[in-house]
Design a protein around this ligand. Structure first.
Ligand SMILES: NC(=O)C1=CN([C@@H]2O[C@H](COP(=O)(O)OP(=O)(O)OC[C@H]3O[C@@H](n4cnc5c(N)ncnc54)[C@H](OP(=O)(O)O)[C@@H]3O)[C@@H](O)[C@H]2O)C=CC1
Ligand SMILES: O=C(CO)[C@H](O)[C@H](O)COP(=O)(O)O
Length: 508
């Protein structure tokens, strides 16, 4: 399929993300025809386009059918709807009006498997669907997001020039969009991006708690620490989106009459609900995939479970009562002269956890890639994460880039590469110190502590699973390997010991 010269685009779903994408496209010179069942979101976009003088290029369509009639084939249609049945309904409303060669770009967080199902269904009418994850929240959707497209080579060829005009740019001006690969690989990589995001958000929230409640710093002081971590050019957390916005979050005050100049974050309840109300699915699916592909993504899974546990405050209140007042956490036992050193250890620990989340996420993508034969290019995937996305962390992507550029790197076990292995080893003592102090003070560190354990068990050759394996053989005759057997990777052992012969009442 030749490169498409795109002039007009359709936009289905103009909520938080879709509206900003519509404005971005209009600003970049495209004629945008949009439809959304929500009158409120329709009217909000209309107001924005008037204010920004983009009305001549943003047109409301009264139905999906009239939207398709406004575009001539081959059409380019972007979807930004909730995942699941809403995305299915949206595609069903379009499909009778599509022609062979049309391109549908699902920019929502759809499940990669649903994307492949829809790709097959639409292929029967000659229509191409790309699973095209978009990251960076609504601010990036407005300014230029990271875009993660996957699907047929022909559709990718056709649409890449258009996507490059919309994407975020990295520090050297290169667009943060690449051809990810076939089938649902685009949505798979976006899903893992969100899994890494959950891990990183957990780690930085724990660092926030240790600074705030652990050391007793005020919001502005914590904001200052995070700002330094992000801005210092030699910091391993330099140019990190979640650290930078953390500084903003800590400093924001509500100057409205009801706000009284208070820090906004101090008024936010500790409940993250978007996983348990199933508004978003990417965190759940990343964990499911990690378990199904046998990838020990401990930091990511722990971060996800922590969020799930946070969702129901009423439940936690009941548990607190039944647990004699529960556990709240106190100040850390850090003397004032040790404070700077502890803050430095905390920076190292946050970086340690962030890097581990990338390692776990890349191991997961690689495992899926091998299972499905997608043939992904990991340096290209890193390019997606260099700008416009939530997991942007420049020191980490630079380090991983060096690793993937080395011809003899091991793509199947990221931790085994010295660029990563040496770095985690260097940070381990700081992470251990932080976890010890946090546990002592009953402060919450589910992600940092799981990262520490992950690092320990992933680098040890003396695990207590030796005892577990013996028990499995005792009751289940599951067999075991002996220490003098050759090391062969995960293969079933050939030895059984008759720990206790099975006996019934008729045995002597
Ligand atoms: N918010 C974020 O930061 C990010 C979100 N995403 C993903 O982008 C997608 C959109 O997210 P977001 O903008 O936050 O969601 P919103 O809920 O704000 O907007 C979704 C819009 O889609 C509309 N819609 C529902 N069904 C249809 C349909 N059949 N046809 C056309 N439009 C429909 C909704 O209308 P109604 O309200 O009437 O149902 C709503 O206006 C999701 O998949 C999300 O996971 C990706 C990256 C970042
Ligand atoms: O996709 C996103 C960013 O890239 C959205 O912000 C999404 O809401 C993140 O959700 P979750 O943390 O539940 O995956």
């Amino acid at each position: 399929m030749p490169e498409l010269e795109v002039k007009k685009v359709g936009m289905l779903g103009v909520g938080s993300m879709g509206a900003m994408l519509a404005l971005l496209m209009a600003e970049r010179g495209y004629e945008v025809y949009f439809w959304d069942p929500s009158e409120k979101n329709t009217s909000t976009l209309t107001t924005h386009s008037t204010t920004l003088h983009l009305t001549p290029r943003i047109h409301h369509s009264s139905t999906p059918s009239s939207l398709c009639a406004s575009l001539s084939p081959p059409r380019v249609l972007l979807l930004s709807t909730p995942h699941g049945s809403a995305a299915d309904r949206c595609i069903a409303s379009l499909s009778p009006h599509l022609s062979p060669g049309d391109l549908v770009l699902d920019c929502g967080n759809s499940h990669w498997g649903a994307t492949e199902r829809r790709q097959h269904a639409l292929a029967a009418q000659g229509v191409h669907l790309l699973g095209c994850g978009v990251s960076g929240g609504y601010q990036s959707a407005r300014a230029g997001p990271s875009i993660t497209p996957g699907g047929s080579a022909a559709a990718l060829d056709a649409v890449m020039p258009f996507l490059r005009t919309l994407a975020a740019r990295d520090g050297s001006g290169k667009p943060c969009v690449v051809r990810v690969g076939p089938g649902g690989s685009g949505h798979y990589v976006k899903m893992v991006h969100n899994g890494i995001e959950q891990g990183m958000m957990g780690a930085v929230a724990e660092a926030w708690l240790l600074l705030k409640r652990g050391l007793g710093l005020g919001h502005d002081e914590v904001g200052g620490v995070l700002r330094d971590w992000n801005d210092d050019g030699s910091s391993p957390l330099r140019d990190c989106f979640l650290v930078a916005i953390g500084a903003d979050v800590e400093r924001a005050t509500d100057e409205s009459s009801g706000g009284g100049g208070r820090h906004v974050v101090s008024q936010v309840r500790d409940t993250v609900v978007q996983d348990v109300d199933e508004e978003e699915g990417t965190g759940v699916w990343t964990c499911e995939e990690a378990v199904a592909r046998h990838v020990p993504a401990a930091s990511i899974v722990s971060a996800h479970l922590f969020r799930c546990a946070s969702a129901d405050l009423a439940r936690r209140q009941r548990n607190r009562q039944s647990g004699n007042g529960g556990v709240s956490g106190q100040s850390l036992s850090v003397r004032s002269e040790e404070r700077e050193q502890f803050i430095e250890a905390l920076r190292t620990t946050t970086y340690f956890s962030f890097l581990a989340c990338f390692v776990q996420g890349l191991d997961l993508i690689r495992q899926k890639d091998k299972d499905r034969g997608w043939g992904l290019d990991y340096r290209e995937i890193l390019q997606l994460w260099r700008g416009g996305c939530i997991i942007k962390a420049s020191h980490i992507t630079d380090l991983l880039e060096r690793m993937f550029s080395r011809a003899d790197h091991d793509p199947d076990d990221i931790l085994s590469n010295p660029e990563v292995g040496h770095e985690l080893a260097r940070c381990f003592p700081a992470a251990k110190q932080v976890v010890l102090r946090a546990v002592e003070a009953d402060l919450f560190v589910p992600v940092i502590s799981q990262t520490l354990e992950y690092y320990k068990y992933e680098t040890s050759t003396e695990l207590p699973t030796q005892f577990m394996e013996a028990q499995l053989d005792y009751f289940g005759q599951h067999m075991f390997e002996r220490k003098d057997d050759p090391v062969r990777g995960p293969t079933k052992g050939e030895h059984h010991f008759e720990w206790k012969p099975a006996k019934g009442s008729s045995d002597e």
